[in-house]
Design a protein around this ligand. Structure first.
Ligand code: DO4
Ligand code: MG
Length: 285
């Protein structure tokens, strides 16, 4: 079951249930006008199943503007959760190599703040590459959607845009490499009601298109994440409160070669089987 936030033709923000590849059902007449109250329930998918879908207006997805599928959720990210990510970071910086090596094996994961919800980039909107960085990449990641009690109620696709030269110069520059204007995209919607065992069977695909040509393609599998979802969510919620819930990106297993950097007007396409596709063009910020 998949739910989205969208703007209809009259520019009103609505919540939709994805009916098929081309159609959504507007949930307004079922009394669902915001995501958060729904996500606060223990089982949002079960709640949606009780609705008589035959009575809901059908809307072509092509006629609406999809919004990032969060309202007041803070967005955080876990790092170095895949072996591929650990190796890439160790190659990127002699200076920081031992920190990445240690955190991969440590009990406590790397978790960092990524974005305020109002700064998150929606599907189809441009993600940013920093004008003061020379080496910029997307990081395609499964994102856990959690309610205020830390329960994982759904999944969406996250793009943890990163400036690798800034991160590689000094670990203390990580917040600048990770959190800047347009550095986080989420979407296109939230998949509800799937257990971790099912999500671990999903594949993650990344394609980067430049001037009509595919400039990079890579694939990973959610099963390669070293840590459990509850483990990551548990660390995020330790000694911390999220009254509106939180989203946690779970790290990247796809790293383009060192010769590759994003350019303005590239298009980033991330597909996670079980969720859908998140597409964003690239803008220098
Ligand atoms: O410490 C660097 C960031 C790691 C990260 O974002 C990832 O592995 O996805
Ligand atoms: Mg990342």
């Amino acid at each position: 079951m998949k739910i989205c936030r969208f703007k209809n033709k009259s520019d009103e923000v609505r919540i939709g249930l994805i009916a098929d590849a081309a159609t959504l059902l507007d949930l307004t007449s079922a009394g669902i006008t915001e995501l958060q109250p729904l996500l606060e329930s223990d089982d949002p998918a079960a709640k949606l199943k009780q609705i008589n879908q035959g009575n809901l207006p059908r809307v072509p997805i092509a006629e609406v503007k999809l919004l990032a599928p969060i309202e007041r959720h803070e967005v955080w990210a876990a790092g170095v959760t895949y072996l591929r990510s650990k190796k890439a970071r160790m190659e990127e910086s002699d200076f920081s190599a031992s920190a990445y090596d240690r955190v991969y094996d440590a009990a406590r994961p790397e978790i960092f703040f990524k974005s305020l919800p109002e700064k998150v980039v929606a599907p189809g909107e441009p993600v940013g590459i920093r004008s003061d960085a020379k080496w910029n990449v997307p990081e395609p990641e499964l994102a856990l959607v959690m309610n205020s009690r830390g329960q994982i109620v759904g999944y969406t696709i996250g793009n943890d845009m990163s400036s690798r030269d800034i991160e590689g110069e000094n670990l203390l520059y990580l917040p600048q490499a990770k959190t800047y204007h347009r550095s986080c995209a989420l979407g296109p919607w939230i998949t509800l009601g799937e257990p971790e065992t099912v999500a671990r069977e999903w594949n993650i695909n990344l394609e980067i298109w430049r001037s009509g040509q595919r400039a990079f393609a890579g694939e990973s599998s959610v099963s390669q994440i070293k840590r459990g979802f509850e483990e990551l969510a548990g660390y995020l919620f330790r000694c911390q409160v999220f009254p509106h819930g939180a989203v946690l990106l779970t790290g990247t297993g796809i790293v383009p070669p060192e010769s590759f950097t994003l350019a303005a007007h590239d298009e980033i396409r991330i597909v996670i089987s079980g969720i859908g596709e998140l597409k964003n063009p690239v803008l220098v910020v």
